[in-house]
Write a protein that binds this ligand. Structure first.
Ligand code: SME
Length: 161
C-alpha cells in the first residue's frame, strides 16, 4: 500500500479524481474491514480536495447513523425524511445542493456548511446501504464532475459490501 497520496496541485477536480481513484482502489484492496476502508477514503478526499466535511452515514435499522468521517463533529443520527442525506436516501439519487439555506430539510450540523453533495451507496440487492456526504464552506461548490468522480468511488465501495 502506498504510504502517501499523490495528486496534482490543480483546481481541475476532474484531473484529481482521475489521479486518486486508482490510489483508492489500491488502498482498499486486500483490506476486508469496511470501516477501515471508509475511513481511508474520507482521508483521501479530505486531503485531495480539502473539503470542509466528508463522511458516511450508514443505514442502521430506521435511521442513517454517522460512520467514518473527516471534519468537524457532526449529527450522529439522521431520519430518512430529514436533511440532504435523507433526501438522497429516499430518492435513491445523488443530490447536489448549491445553497443549503435554500434546501428546506437541510440539517445544519455546522453553520459554516454552505453547499453539499450526497450520493447513495447501494447493496447488491438494490437496497440503499448508506450515503456519502460531502460538505463545502463555499456556495455552489459541487458539479457533475464531483457527481461523476465521487460516483466512481461509490462503485469501489459497492464492490466491498
Ligand atoms: N448536511 C447534512 C447533515 C449532515 S452534516 O452536514 C455532516 C444533511 O442535511 O443531510
Amino acid at each position: 500500500m502506498a504510504e502517501s497520496l499523490a495528486f496534482s496541485k490543480t483546481a481541475d477536480r476532474k484531473i484529481i479524481y482521475e489521479e486518486i481513484i486508482p490510489q483508492i482502489e489500491a488502498l482498499v484492496s486486500g483490506e476486508t474491514d469496511l470501516v477501515a476502508n471508509l475511513a481511508n477514503i474520507c482521508a483521501v478526499l479530505k486531503e485531495a480536495f480539502d473539503f470542509f466535511w466528508v463522511g458516511f452515514y450508514l443505514k442502521k435499522e430506521n435511521q442513517l447513523v454517522l460512520n467514518a468521517f473527516q471534519g468537524p463533529i457532526a449529527c450522529t443520527r439522521i431520519d430518512f425524511d430529514k436533511g440532504v442525506c435523507g433526501h438522497a436516501y429516499t430518492t435513491r439519487e445523488t443530490a447536489i445542493v448549491p445553497n443549503v439555506d435554500e434546501f428546506p430539510e437541510h440539517i445544519a450540523c455546522a453553520s459554516a456548511s454552505k453547499s453539499e453533495i450526497v450520493l447513495p451507496i447501494f447493496e447488491k440487492d438494490g437496497e440503499v446501504f448508506g450515503v456519502l456526504d460531502v460538505d463545502s464552506d463555499k456556495l455552489n461548490d459541487f458539479s457533475e464532475i464531483d457527481a461523476e468522480g465521487l460516483g466512481e468511488i461509490i462503485k469501489i465501495i459497492e464492490s466491498l459490501i
